[in-house]
Design a binder for this molecule. Structure first.
Ligand SMILES: NC(=O)c1ccc[n+]([C@@H]2O[C@H](COP(=O)([O-])OP(=O)(O)OC[C@H]3O[C@@H](n4cnc5c(N)ncnc54)[C@H](OP(=O)(O)O)[C@@H]3O)[C@@H](O)[C@H]2O)c1
Length: 313
């Protein structure tokens, strides 16, 4: 038997309680990578939002760049209309033309307006892009925490070294770095081998796992006979899809041990069993419901080991 999962986890060393699985909203309004408006629309994502929060998934990740601000706007509206409460995470993009630390506060002000919030729970630096060093952005983050606009500070796509620098800089102001959001799934296991996951555990930093379904590949619905389109087609070619088909077979067998859990639910549960918080994207009620079904049960240690082996770990 697997261990029963607790209904919440703390976000790093903050007192923010989040659900062990969150909701990613990159696809909400995005037409560059995803195909918002083609196959799913505002009604679908509103349902995805409602189903998620009603099923205990109340940690929502967005970014100023998702759908050029539309994702934040949707969340702001849905929160207001539904009266639901959720822990909201958004991100600041350090574009190369943002060469002063004041740009962070300006961008945050615009994000808060779109989200219709006075304070955001988690504010993350989206990428460790130059020209400004980690130190400057962390000082800017500390300022907005002290000004009451942000409850907790996170980073995203930071290497172990960059994360440690961010952690140390914030510590000078007595502020914890609570999270590092990086790609992590059964198909992308670099955080295990690079030492990042170990460093997160040592410092009490939550590793937020993005693309935990490998952009849908780990749902088992894409095969070499039914490949994905667009950007995903370039990343996941025939050879990779054939490997994924084999892994999906193992995930289905494992899911059967738990009353018929889907490959997506098994893939998400695996990331949770590694001590991370996955934030799968959902475009409609059905996907949201399935992803919420990751809660309330646990893979056994033997199953985790099997999945480790079969995914190449
Ligand atoms: N910090 C960063 O740089 C960064 C980068 C990437 C993502 N993220 C965050 O992580 C979140 C999740 O990552 P992601 O959206 O790239 O990928 P993902 O969660 O691995 O996959 C999401 C996609 O898989 C499909 N899907 C999801 N649940 C499903 C289900 N139960 N059954 C069938 N299909 C399902 C949907 O696409 P289809 O229906 O089209 O297949 C959905 O859009 C993002 O929304 C974003 O918040 C952050």
């Amino acid at each position: 038997m697997g261990l029963q999962m607790s209904s919440f986890v703390f976000l790093g060393k903050s007192d923010l309680k989040i659900s062990p699985v969150g909701l990613g909203t990159w696809a909400w309004g995005d037409t560059m990578v995803w195909s918002y408006g083609n196959g799913y629309n505002e009604d679908d994502i509103k349902e995805a939002f409602d189903v998620s929060v009603n099923n205990g998934v109340a940690f929502i990740d967005t970014a100023e760049i998702y759908g050029k601000g539309k994702s934040e706007e949707f969340i702001g509206r849905f929160l207001k209309e539904s009266g639901h409460d959720a822990v909201i995470a958004t991100k600041f993009m350090p574009y190369p033309w943002r060469v002063s630390k004041n740009t962070l506060r300006d961008a945050l002000t615009r994000s808060l307006k779109r989200l219709q919030l006075d304070v955001v729970d988690l504010y993350q630096i989206h990428w460790p892009f130059p020209p400004l060093p980690v130190r400057v952005w962390m000082d800017a983050m500390a300022d907005v925490v002290e000004n009451g606009l942000v409850k907790a500070v996170g980073v995203s796509n930071y290497s172990t070294d960059q994360m440690l620098r961010a952690h140390d800089q914030l510590a000078k102001r007595n502020i914890p770095l609570v999270s590092n959001q990086v790609e992590y799934s059964l198909l992308v296991r670099k955080p295990e081998t690079s030492g990042l996951l170990d460093a997160c555990n040592e410092l009490g930093i939550t590793l937020i796992a993005y693309s935990p379904l490998a952009m849908g590949m780990l749902t088992g619905k894409y095969t070499s006979a039914n490949p994905p389109a667009g950007v995903r087609a370039r990343r996941y070619g025939k050879k990779k899809l054939m490997k994924i088909e084999k892994l999906a077979g193992v995930m289905r067998e494992v899911g059967e041990n738990h009353g018929g859990k889907s490959p997506a639910q098994v893939a998400l549960n695996w990331t949770i069993s590694k001590g991370t918080v996955p934030i799968p994207g959902a475009k409609n009620a059905e996907q949201a419901e399935q992803n919420a079904g990751t809660l309330g049960w646990r893979l056994t240690e033997e199953e985790v080991e099997l999945l480790d082996r079969k995914s190449g770990g």
